[in-house]
Design a protein around this ligand. Structure first.
Ligand SMILES: [Zn+2]
Length: 157
């Protein structure tokens, strides 16, 4: 894993751990209350593959065989949003955005939903990584999409 296309500075082992912690935090925040679990490796029922580059430069895409998420794109956008940030802040922002795009793409596998074109802080927003909220903000589902997820997925008891 590389921190950004420009610097090509590899993430250290502790940074990879930090990134993965933020991916999990962000993903579980997206599915808060819903019975969805995230596991690393193969064997899951709804595969999401994090790739160095994919998806024609877009943040991610979903087809009938599963989803791809664009790590390289997240790394580039994490540095471009807002004022200069520390390396740790960028790694955290990348993790938050990657967890959110994994949630976004997984939702395409769970339900049929329409992208929201206007709310940059929605998980179902169309342009995801172009919004700083995806890295350093607070995200939420739009009501119609969260309603569909609630109908499709069980709640933790
Ligand atoms: Zn989408």
């Amino acid at each position: 894993m590389e921190l950004s296309d420009r610097s090509r500075v590899p993430l250290t082992s502790p940074e990879i751990d930090l990134l993965k912690t933020w991916v999990r935090f962000s993903f579980y925040q997206a599915y808060s209350g819903l019975a969805v679990s995230l596991s690393e490796g193969s064997g899951g029922t709804h595969p999401v593959n994090v790739r160095d580059e994919c998806c024609s430069g877009d943040a991610g895409e979903t087809s009938i065989v599963g989803s791809d998420v664009n790590y390289g794109s997240a790394a580039s956008w994490a540095r471009s949003h807002g004022p200069a940030k520390s390396r740790q802040e960028i790694v955290q922002g990348m993790g938050y955005a990657l967890g959110a795009i994994i949630a976004h793409e997984a939702a395409h596998q769970f339900i049929s939903y329409t992208h929201d074109p206007s709310d940059g802080s929605a998980y179902d927003y169309r342009y995801t990584f172009r919004s700083a909220e995806w890295f350093y903000g607070q995200l939420h589902w739009t009501a119609p999409t969260f309603g569909l997820l609630g109908q499709k997925l069980a709640y933790w008891r």
